[in-house]
Every structure is written in C-alpha cells, then in structure tokens.
Design a protein around this ligand. Structure first.
Ligand SMILES: NC(=O)c1ccc[n+]([C@@H]2O[C@H](COP(=O)([O-])OP(=O)(O)OC[C@H]3O[C@@H](n4cnc5c(N)ncnc54)[C@H](O)[C@@H]3O)[C@@H](O)[C@H]2O)c1
Length: 336
C-alpha cells in the first residue's frame, strides 16, 4: 500500500482525496493545512498545520500531494523532498523557471519522484489525436491553434488573496490556459520562438486576464494561442486544432473533450461519426487526478519516472514566461 498525504486542502484537494480513495494500492493517511478550519472536513485522517512536523512525526507517508497556492509549490516541494518522500505537485509546477529547475534538482538529489498534475493528456479525445499524429496520419503539420475562452469573474479572483497575484498565482496563462498549452506542447513538440501580447483588461488583478501569442515550433510548424478569463458571461471554449497536409482535427467543447472536426485522408464519414459517438459516451474518461495518482503508485512499484514528470511541468512554464517577456519587450523570445 502506498500512503498519501495532502498539503493544502482547499478546492482542488478534494479531487486528490477522491482519486486516492478510488486507486487500488493507495491510501490517504494524513492532511495538512495552515488554516485549521480547512482541516475540519478531514477528521477521518491525521491532521496537521505544519508540513515539516507532519513529515517528522509520520514516517508512514510515502507521497505528498502539494495543493497550495502556486507560488508556494517550490518551498513545500523542497521540504517534502528533503524528508525523502515522493511528490505530486499541482499545476503550474512553479511560477519561475528558476524554481521549477530547483524542484527538479531537489527531487533528483533526494532520490524521490516528482509528478506534475497535467492529466488532460489522458482524455479519450486527446489520446486519439496523439495516436493519429504518431501514426503519421497528418503528414507534415503546418500549424496548430490553442484557444481558451473562459470566464473567471471578479468574485472568483476575490475569493482568496493569492488569486490573480504575480507572486502566488500568475494570470490566465499560468492558471487556466496551462492545461491547453501542455497539450499543444505534448502534441506539437518544443517551441523555438514566441511573440506574445498580454493585457489586464476587465478584472481587477495584478496579472493578465487576456493573452495572445504566435509561436514557431522547432519542427518549423507555427502555432496560435488565445487565452482569456474575460469571456462574457460564462465559459465558451477550450480547444486545440491541428492542421496537416493530410488531416485537420479540432478537439473542443468547453474543456477540450470532444472531437469537433476530424477530417483525415482515407477515413470515412461513418468512421468519424463512430469515433465521435465513442468519445461522447465518456468524454472525460477516468478522472484526471486518478491517472496521476495511479501512475505514481506504479512508478514507485516499478521504480520508474512518473509519466508526467518535472520536465513536462517545466515546458509550459518556459513557454508562458516567454510570452509574458515578449509582451513586455515587444520582441520575439527564443526558447532553449
Ligand atoms: N489541476 C487543476 O485542474 C487545478 C484546478 C484548480 C487549482 N489547481 C491548483 O491547485 C493549487 C491550489 O488551488 P486551490 O484552488 O485548491 O486553492 P485554495 O485557496 O482553495 O486552497 C489552498 C489551500 O492551501 C492552504 N495553504 C496555504 N499555504 C499553506 C502552507 N504553507 N501549508 C499548508 N497549507 C497551506 C490554504 O489554507 C488553502 O486551504 C494551485 O496551484 C492551483 O493552480 C489545479
């Protein structure tokens, strides 16, 4: 049995708890939050208000899931790694490249595994798209498009002081669009350069609520990014489109779960309809957090890297920081 603990038991921690409970070979044993009120819902577990103390007194914990505000991911990862426990960290991995790299390093130095919560890759429609690309069905790819048109109103940002801040949250790119950007990078490969523009148009926050960018991938293909939390009056779309010499595909809906367009050379309309029906039966697949938890259990048992590892966590952060730098300087930014 692999024993898990949660640190930070706010909104997203509930998904971690449910996923651990559904995973064979995993058990939730302890939770920690600096706010004792948040611990009241977790009376069935050992509760702590200090992470270091939890790990000092409790040596049965194998993995700690870090679910605190994003700007605290690095310092808490460091504490967990130094106690030689494995780590699942929420997205974004951290808000600076320096911190993501230190997280990777501290995990390696202490011989612990680090997984980042980017589970949308496991969604049925996304898996089909990845397979079609891997099977060469697109031929040469000309370009891709990632669009996140969501609504996060002022009340959302006002619910906790860390939201919308540069130090602890980041803007629409770091907090919301990062899932779609992770998919774009996973499907299209690394980015060579980016030109971006970001603005704070409608919300009273420090960070951007709308951003656009054009990218050139190392493959030579181009990409267009649009991300906003300003969409009136509610979430409209999260989508990913890929255009190749022999295929056009768009995965969309409000959270990029459905196959909206699937025009692939040699694939008949009946086959497309059957595929769309198959996806519609179960568009979300297994809950995303469950994939990540199950994979961590297997990674420990098989002593291998988690599927979504530190390097996967770093890639979208590099892209986002390059978009923001380009927006400030007005110049294209190269990514190494
Ligand atoms: N994967 C996803 O789809 C997804 C969705 C929402 C949020 N998130 C990420 O999860 C993280 C948390 O977001 P949330 O919406 O749950 O936030 P939240 O504000 O609801 O909860 C954060 C909790 O962390 C606690 N906390 C703060 N500092 C702490 C510390 N030093 N030690 C212990 N506890 C501490 C707070 O008291 C709070 O209970 C963020 O990084 C966010 O980006 C991911």
């Amino acid at each position: 049995m692999i024993n898990f603990a949660l640190v930070g038991v706010g909104h997203i921690a509930k998904k971690h708890k449910d996923a651990i409970e559904k995973t064979d070979g995993a058990a939730l044993v302890a939770v920690c939050d600096t706010n004792p009120e948040r611990l009241e819902e977790y009376k069935d577990y050992q509760t702590y208000t200090d992470l270091d103390e939890m790990l000092k007194v409790n040596d049965e914990i194998d993995v700690v899931n870090i679910c605190v505000p994003s700007g605290l991911h690095y310092p808490l990862t460091k504490i967990v790694a130094e106690h030689k426990r494995h780590i699942i960290v929420e997205k974004p991995m951290a808000l600076t490249l320096e911190e993501t790299e230190k997280m990777q390093q501290v995990a390696e130095e202490n011989g612990v595994k680090l997984a980042v919560v980017h589970p949308n890759r496991f969604r049925p429609a996304v898996q089909k798209l990845r397979k079609a690309i891997d099977d060469g069905l697109f031929g040469k790819i000309s370009h891709a498009n990632a669009t996140v048109r969501w609504n996060r109103n002022q009340a959302y940002y006002d619910q906790a002081p860390w939201r919308g801040t540069e130090k602890y949250d980041g803007g629409v790119l770091m907090n919301q669009a990062i899932h779609d950007l992770d998919l774009m990078l996973w499907l299209m490969g690394p980015v060579e350069s980016v030109q971006g523009m970001a603005a704070t148009r409608l919300r009273n926050i420090e960070t951007e609520d709308v951003a656009t960018a054009v990218v050139r991938f190392k493959s030579g293909a181009l990409g267009v990014i649009e991300a906003a939390t300003t969409i009136y009056p509610t979430n409209l779309e999260e989508s990913l489109s890929i255009f190749g010499e022999k295929a056009t595909a768009k995965i969309g809906g409000k959270t990029a779960n459905y196959i909206q367009t699937w025009n692939i050379e040699g694939i008949t309309q009946e086959e497309v309809l059957a595929l769309q029906k198959e996806i519609e039966k179960n568009p979300f697949g297994k809950p995303g957090h469950q994939w990540i938890i199950e994979d961590m259990v297997k990674a420990i048992e098989e002593d291998r890297e988690p599927i979504v590892s530190a390097k996967d966590g770093i890639a979208p952060i590099q892209l986002i920081l390059a978009i923001l730098e380009s927006s400030k300087t007005g110049k294209a930014v190269k990514i190494n």
